[in-house]
Ligand binder design. Sequence first.
Ligand code: ADP
Length: 540
Amino acid sequence: MRQDVASFSAPTASGKRSSADGDLARPQRPSTSGAGVVDATMFATILDSMGQGISAFDASLRLLVFNRGYVELMDYPEGFLQVGMSYEEILRFNVGRGEYGLDDPESHIRERLAKARASEHLTSRLEHRRPNGTVLALRRTPLPCGGFINTYTNITQRKKAEESADRNAAILQATIDNMADGVRVFDKNLRLTMWNRQVFELFGFPADFAKIGTPYSTFLDYTIQRGDYGSDPDRETLDAKLARAKNPTARDIEQELPNGRIVEKRRNPMPGGGFVSTYVDVTEHRRAEQAMAKQAKELALASEELKRSNDELQQFAYVASHDLQEPLRMVGSYCQLLQRRYQGKLGADADEFIGFAVEGAKRMQRLINDLLLYSRVGTKGKPFAAMPMQQVLAGALANLAVAVEEAQAEITHDPLPTVWGDDVQLTQLMQNLLGNALKFRDELPVRVHIGIERDGALWRIRVQDNGIGIQPQYADRIFMIFQRLHTRQEYPGTGIGLSICKKIVERHGGRIWVEPAPTKGSMFVFTLPASGDTPCTEQA
Ligand code: ADP
């Protein structure tokens, strides 16, 4: 239960203490709060009911008045404070319990006594942090007849709030200091309240702008004079800028500064007015984008050029091989005529020479036929349609019937899918691969297995044989035109078959490669678009 403790004694003109029921209880002057006559008990009650702590000392620094608030805020033991006790006695008690820290207690006492004695001449506001963490604001008011009144207000909560606000501000400042972006904050009166070094570096603002309160217009004027907005920005534009800063909305713009740097500016209005702006130097980013766009354009031009020259080459190969056929047929047939008519009549050498000419003409015919076939893949292809691979395989095997028989081939396969493509070319593809498997054999019977695997929107088809195999270092070379790993004497051929396969597969949007077969022989793998999925368009 609360106990009234307010005690007082009226000061005399000489500063000496009088009886406990002195005149102080009765205000001598009219009260600004309009109070009437107050007796000592009422006065004590008023003092005790105050949230603040009150203590008054007379001119000789003896305790004149104190209230419960003072006892509680300062944690004085019950009965310790007595009207008439000296200020020094109270100080010594406080020093003894570590109220002012532990260092040099005498100097504390001296200092505080000196201040108290000087108090008639000054009104001071002090803050006292108690060892238990309570923070008291101390207000000292001199009394007319000497001495002073101390008022203690508990400001612990306010202090905590201030400290927490300071801490948050420090965290915020440290955060923006560590950001790569520049940051500026303007309050509702468009005065600078927060910033980081980066924004000054980015814009090259003078260092003396970096202080709280610098107006937004100072920055604006500076950038105008420097020419950030052109050599002669019209007044309207600038007024519009100021007006926008006064009523900010979220916005995001990019600006090239006179020094060539490109800055992305972002403005976010703050509740209650003002705005936060962040600035990112996007120069390198934009330069890289521009370089990439330029490269992409150059690449597009180059690939267009490549396509054009490829088309021309294709056309040339086609026309050349087509047109060469006729004179070659003539050379071939006249050589054969010579052979038939003059065989054994012109001597052994002549027979041999004519034999070479006939053989050469035949080989050239085969080469030109294959070349024509190759150039036709790109120029004479049919539109794509759903094609059962079973049908493709049957077509290829029919064309290879003699070779299959000769190789005693055993050709097996997984259940075959339907693909999306040109039936003639797909038959050609299978025929070339199976033909090679039969030709580059190592033992009889030749065994070929066609395996199937799904690969996303594609089918992956493997043609695996038990033939002579291919060394891995030749895996790329064999797909080039006219590239062979054997002489014609060892294995006949022109070296075009696999390049035709590659061209066909690529026209269908797939890929072809060779891998060593798991046991022996080789395994050609290619992918084709599955039918039923989004059909793939023909590749250029
Ligand atoms: P060609 O069959 O007319 O020689 P290809 O372009 O079809 O031309 O093949 C190129 C080369 O790849 C062949 O000469 C051969 O050395 C090698 N090759 C192709 N298929 C096979 C296979 N199934 N086994 C071993 N080698 C092969």
